[in-house]
Design a protein around this ligand. Structure first.
Ligand code: PLP
Length: 439
């Protein structure tokens, strides 16, 4: 830690020094990364996991802890970008997967657990009258969008700047050649008047409006309830389907943000933790829309997917979502998150620094700017280099988080882990305060 105090001449040199320290501490991760680069473009198979000079290789997880290739132990505050609600070694889920495997996998037939999981989901998300399973949140959104286009017989999709709905639906940059080639209408998050005007002018062609009730990848920016209510009304008026992407936000309460806000979308997509920590996605909603997929209909749309009902995910999902992340535990985890975020923000205020933690419940993101953040563009007022410095400094203090400053809590995290995070942030502010803009 001595090196941290030594170099704070300016942000650039502090960041350089932090990266050099990181490299010195992690020789094994460094050489594993060199090896990985020979097989995978950029040494990995998932862009979000890259950061310079090289990402850590994690070799083991247990409960709320992770161990990297060089033997450092971390408290996991990333938790697989929100999919890891259960931590790394939940016994209920482990036993369910083992039992499922004993009965044979890859049966090429309907099983009984997909019905059970669908029912568990409908009980907590009643707007999802009928559901279909897929393998990821990306796929859930892709299929929900195509279903909406087929149902409405309209081509266009409304999305929001800063939104993220999966590998082929990323709207943080003006043009993303990797996005699925739909006809998008891009609106500003939390801007009621401009969004309603866009809906009016595109109404005849808009099939669906896709929105995260809190933009997760966009920096944990919550939608104002009035904005979502206005969207709900406008979509209903013009027979545009409203698709809530609750891939992240479904964990914020027993019935997701839709229940907390009392807003009923036509369609919902989810994924992440609901499959018990295995590959998973689900989309569902109004029975009249979802019934287009009913194979008993002569005009049924086909929806395929070899692993849609794979028995390991179905078993892990029934155990995880049904028995472990119960409504009570969802409430408790999110109130832990609210308390922690409030205390983190209190630290920022007391230190007089332009630094804040946005988010809701168990999901949050640090930003190095002051004032209310209503949309992705607002987050750009904060320095990306400071976020990087925060990231490397917290890693050095044994806290694992996303490079972009996102954190998500898991069930095995204890109050003492929250205190450790607060101490690490406090220490960061003391050490680096001179580099952070003042309030
Ligand atoms: N939607 C949101 C809001 C997400 O945050 C993500 C992933 O982070 C996705 C969709 C895509 O899910 P997956 O990574 O399972 O494809």
């Amino acid at each position: 830690m001595a090196t941290l105090a030594a170099v704070n001449a300016d942000l650039n040199s502090a960041l350089e020094e932090a990266r050099a320290d990181f490299t010195r501490r992690n020789p094994k991760s460094c050489s594993l990364y060199d090896e990985a680069c020979q097989e995978l473009p950029g040494g990995n198979t998932r862009t979000a996991l890259y950061y310079p000079p090289f990402p850590l290789t994690m070799l083991k997880g247990e409960g709320a802890r992770l161990w990297d290739a060089d033997g450092h132990r971390y408290t996991d505050f990333l938790n697989e970008f929100t999919a890891g609600v259960y931590g790394h070694s939940d016994k209920t889920i482990q036993h369910a997967i083992e039992r499922a495997f004993e009965n044979g996998v890859n049966r090429g037939a309907i099983g009984e657990l997909e019905v059970k999981l669908a029912r568990l989901i409908r009980q907590r998300f009643p707007s999802m009258e009928l559901v279909r399973f897929v393998n990821s949140g990306t796929e859930a959104n892709l299929l929900a969008i195509q279903l909406a286009r087929a149902y409405t017989r309209r081509p266009k999709i409304m999305v929001f700047e800063g939104g993220y709905h999966g590998a082929v639906f990323s709207f943080s940059a003006p043009n993303n050649p990797m996005n699925a080639p739909f006809d998008y209408v891009r609106a500003q998050y939390n801007d009621i008047d401009a969004t309603l005007a866009l809906i009016e002018s595109n109404a005849a062609e808009l099939a669906v409006t896709v929105i995260e009730p809190m933009q997760a990848g966009g920096g944990c920016i919550a939608a104002r309830p009035a904005f979502l209510e206005a969207l709900r009304d406008a979509c209903a008026k013009h027979h545009i389907l409203l698709l809530f992407d609750e891939v992240v936000t479904s964990r914020l309460g027993p019935g997701g943000l839709q229940a907390m806000l009392g807003i009923v979308p036509d369609l919902t997509s989810m994924g992440k933790y609901i499959g018990g920590g295995l590959n998973f996605g689900v989309f569902g909603g109004r029975a009249d829309v979802m019934s287009l997929l009913d194979a008993r209909r002569p005009d049924a749309l086909s929806h395929a997917g070899t692993f849609n009902n794979n028995v390991l995910t179905m078993a892990a999902g029934c155990a995880g979502f049904g028995e472990v992340y119960t409504a009570e535990r969802a409430v408790a985890l999110n109130s832990f998150g609210d308390r922690l975020r409030n205390r983190l923000n209190e630290l920022c205020r007391k230190a007089g620094l332009a630094m804040q933690f946005t988010g809701m419940g168990s999901v949050m993101n640090v930003h190095f700017c002051a004032g209310e953040l209503l949309r992705y563009a607002d987050t750009k007022a904060g320095s990306a280099d400071l976020k990087d410095l925060f990231f490397y400094d917290l890693l050095e203090r044994g806290i694992y988080l996303a490079r972009r400053g996102m954190m998500a809590l898991s069930l095995p995290l204890a109050e003492a882990d929250g205190e450790a995070l607060l101490a690490a942030v406090n220490d960061f502010q003391k050490t680096r305060g001179s580099l952070i803009p003042k309030l």
